[in-house]
Design a protein around this ligand. Structure first.
Ligand SMILES: Cc1cc2nc3c(=O)[nH]c(=O)nc-3n(C[C@H](O)[C@H](O)[C@H](O)COP(=O)(O)O)c2cc1C
Ligand code: SF4
Length: 378
């Protein structure tokens, strides 16, 4: 049997295989950020397709951290019943689900946050976003740490198996780490240790609220690929701190909406060499975090490639987004012997229906499948 399909222990999680559904914004929540019937069907299909671990789309932890009016939220208790339905559906179909939590910071959209100014570490506009955000006060930062903890607690209450912090793609946690976007002079800015502090305090706040054994993962940029922003060295420092705090796993990603062709969601993955485009960053993070399970995301399309990376010992898990939009049952297909490459051609066309608010789907396949993205960088 392929080692990809062996059951493993990831903290207290027992994923049936090493394949992960990477967080994928579906554009299918109701205007209050609640789960809809369409979302329940989508997650049912993912679980039936035998993916080892499902990471939900990014759920906002506070109303001003929202990027889309069709985005799921975890900022209010009336969202818990829908989230419970989602978790229950995944469990009934043999799956494991963790909820990704985010504050979009300077990448929140005015439309989604009632026309107010987005907040960020400093008044530095996010690349690709016109308006400069308002800088958070130190007191507001303490409040936000509490909001992340409350959101994690709601997901635990709803029956989710864990949470994943969205520390990638230029959102708030990423913004704090970035020297070009964080110009603060208090304990949350300046030195690398200070820029890493917000993420570490969020992790601590969550642990205090949900208990030490509830799995907490993070998706982290190994590099922002943006002038003056987070480098591999910065990322390895933060990863090392997270390892010391016994984070459950790190999913290694990269890029921001300003990173152009080096963004998180790259197109034209044709050759085996194109697959796993954040592998160099994952290797660097491996050295900084011995013993912490790593999940690689970005352009993975073939089981042979994943098997060879696994054999090298660089990472333990493999995460996909677009291939599962096109083929939600891809893991089952591979496991039952049809090992041909994922049908997804990495065109990123699935973002279009999401941006129109009609739910993510593969536009290259003649039928509605599931989710869609915001701006190719959630
Ligand atoms: C439609 C769409 C929505 C996405 N939404 C999220 C999200 O909510 N959170 C996140 O961390 N990444 C999000 N991403 C990025 C993916 O998780 C993943 O990192 C990226 O697409 C590269 O993987 P792939 O080549 O397998 O698609 C999204 C990507 C797409 C295509
Ligand atoms: S539109 Fe379809 S083929 Fe293109 S990236 Fe999205 S899922 Fe893949």
């Amino acid at each position: 049997m392929s080692r990809i399909f062996e059951q493993t222990e990831l903290g207290s999680l027992r994923p049936a295989n090493r394949l992960v559904r990477s967080a994928t914004f579906e554009a299918m929540a109701d205007p209050q950020g609640r789960v809809t019937d369409g979302l329940v069907s989508l997650y049912r299909e993912l679980a039936r397709g035998q993916i080892g671990l499902i990471v939900s789309s990014y759920l906002y932890v506070r109303a001003d951290g929202r990027q889309w009016t069709t985005q799921l939220g975890a900022d209010r208790d009336d969202q818990i019943p829908g989230l419970s339905r989602l978790a229950e559906t995944v469990h009934k179909n043999g799956g494991v689900i963790v909820g990704q939590i985010v504050h979009c910071g300077g990448q929140a959209s005015r439309e989604a946050i009632g026309g107010t100014d987005p907040v960020a570490p400093s008044e530095v506009p996010s690349p690709g976003y016109a308006a400069p955000p308002r800088a958070l006060t130190t007191g507001e930062i303490d409040g936000l740490i509490g909001d992340f903890a409350d959101a994690a607690f709601r997901l635990k209450t709803a029956g989710f198996d864990g949470v994943q912090l969205h520390g990638a793609h230029g959102y708030l946690l990423s913004q704090f780490l970035s020297p070009s976007r964080n110009r603060r002079t208090d304990q949350f800015g300046g030195t690398l240790a200070n820029r890493a502090r917000f993420t570490m305090e969020v992790l601590k706040g969550i642990r205090n609220r949900v208990g030490p054994s509830f799995p907490v993962l993070i998706k982290l940029n190994g590099h922002d690929f943006l002038d003056g922003s987070t480098t591999e060295q910065d990322a390895c420092y933060l990863a090392g701190q997270l390892a010391e705090a016994r984070i459950t796993a790190i999913e290694v990603s990269g890029g921001t909406p300003g990173s152009g062709k080096l963004g998180a969601v790259r197109t034209g993955i044709e050759l085996s060499e194109d697959e796993g485009y954040f592998l160099p960053q994952a290797r660097a993070i491996r050295k900084a975090t011995p013993g912490i399970p790593l999940i690689l995301v970005g352009g993975l399309r073939s089981i042979d490639k994943m098997e060879s990376i696994l054999a090298s010992g660089d990472v333990e898990y493999f995460s996909m987004s677009r291939p599962l939009i096109r083929e939600p049952h891809l893991p089952q297909r591979w496991q039952t012997g049809n090992r041909s490459r994922a049908a997804c051609i990495s065109c990123s066309g699935c973002f279009k229906p999401a941006l129109r608010g009609s739910g993510v789907r593969c536009i290259k396949k003649g039928m509605m499948l599931n989710s869609t993205p915001p701006d190719a960088q959630s």
